[in-house]
Design a protein around this ligand. Structure first.
Ligand SMILES: [Zn+2]
Length: 100
């Protein structure tokens, strides 16, 4: 079951109430679409890795996410990107678009 989220980035942006989130790569503030996509990498590196005991908390805007994927995907022997439109309902199921 998908949990209904209280935070609506589009409404928050209209009301000038978007929280401040900065893209780690370009330094720009997130807009509503960046919050909707919420491209984030959160990882703790364990002992034996090249980044022992470091925490990666990477937040990327949509433009920087595309730049990273443009670089990363061609290097992958197994493509991690799949097209799964059935996973996303658009507009979101809890969105009242006046059609129901
Ligand atoms: Zn960015």
């Amino acid at each position: 079951m998908i949990k209904k989220l209280d935070f609506n980035p589009v409404e928050a942006e209209k009301n000038n109430e978007l929280p401040t989130q900065i893209c780690n790569m370009c330094g720009e503030k997130f807009d509503a679409l960046d919050f909707q996509e919420n491209c984030r990498f959160d990882h703790y590196f364990g002992y034996g890795s090249e980044y022992d005991f470091h925490h990666l908390d990477l937040n990327l805007c949509c433009k920087c996410t595309a730049k990273i994927l443009d670089w990363l995907l061609p290097q992958c022997k197994h493509n991690p990107l799949t097209y799964e439109p059935e996973v996303m309902s658009f507009p979101p199921a809890d969105c009242n678009d006046g059609k129901n």
